[in-house]
Design a protein around this ligand. Sequence first.
Ligand code: KG4
Ligand code: ZN
Length: 345
Amino acid sequence: MNGGDCLLILGIDTSCDDTSSAVVENGSTVLYNLVSSQIHVHAEFGGVVPEVASRKHLELIVPVVMETIEKAGVSLHSLDAVAVTTGPGLLGSLLVGVSFAKSLAYALGIPVVPVNHLEGHIYANFIGTTQPEFPLLNLVVSGGHSDLILMEGHGHYEVLGETIDDAAGEVFDKVARELGLPYPGGPYLDKAAEKGDPERFHFPHPKIEREGFNFSFSGFKTRALESFKDSEQDQKAVLDMAASLRQAVVRELLYYVEDLVKKYKVKSFGISGGVAANSLLREKARVLAGRMGIPLYIPSREYCTDNGAMVGACAYWKLKRGIKGDAALNAQADLTLSSWGDAEK
Ligand code: KG4
Ligand code: ZN
């Protein structure tokens, strides 16, 4: 324990294919953040192989955490808590992080704080000097999620909308693969899109059976693959498809925002998760937030994709409310997001 007013938390995320850890001070200052990507390992398979991912986490977790502690300039004994993503994610991968975090916390005699991967992504927007005001509308977009989540206070979550089929990142990755772009597709498709014609292929707004603020992206995937097959399949078609699909997905992701901001008297808008690194989404969201007159929060690219800093940031607010795990704490692949805080009055 460091003994002062400041809380030092080690955050760990091993939910998918990145072994990541960070030391975070008071939920907002990152002393060091380290992400050891397994991309090169999975690239030859064109996607994450769960069994390979968990073995890699096992190999990497100790060196990654030790390097994080050293580069952060702290000692293990100065930590106040160890925070870890317990789900959702790949079970074998989550288990490595959770077992490690529990053992380390036990050895140091400090609490272990469980963090849901989605709330982790959201709290990446609490890193830094200015903090979002509540009610905060969050668009969480990653390889596994496309959710609209309202927060009326720390740990107070209401899921207003979600994808009824594929997540936005998943569609980018799958289409990119068919276009012959390297793995993981999202960032490469983003780059290719800069040089393409976004008006060439059309993706009309989908008819979504379940009313409300839900998304549907599987139709875009099928349409993209079919339209590309029917084209010349040359370099120009690749660039034009990347640009057209990116434009349509970004349009859908921002489709409900203005209505929700009005309906819930939202004071700040946050975007997070791997797809928040997308250049067009960042640009269009800035324009939209400017028009609505509310501040926009998007993490720097390093905190968009999976990282330990967002886990450490979230755990600070949980720990302040006395939320911690016990010896029974375990990983859960399909963990749902649940609230632990109250709405701010
Ligand atoms: O949050 P994340 O690192 O892992 C999950 O929780 O899924 O998100 C990974 C996803 C992948 O689908 C990846 O292709 C996508 O984020 N992604 C992007 C960009 N950078 C990462 N998608 C679009 N444009 C990008 N620049
Ligand atoms: Zn993620």
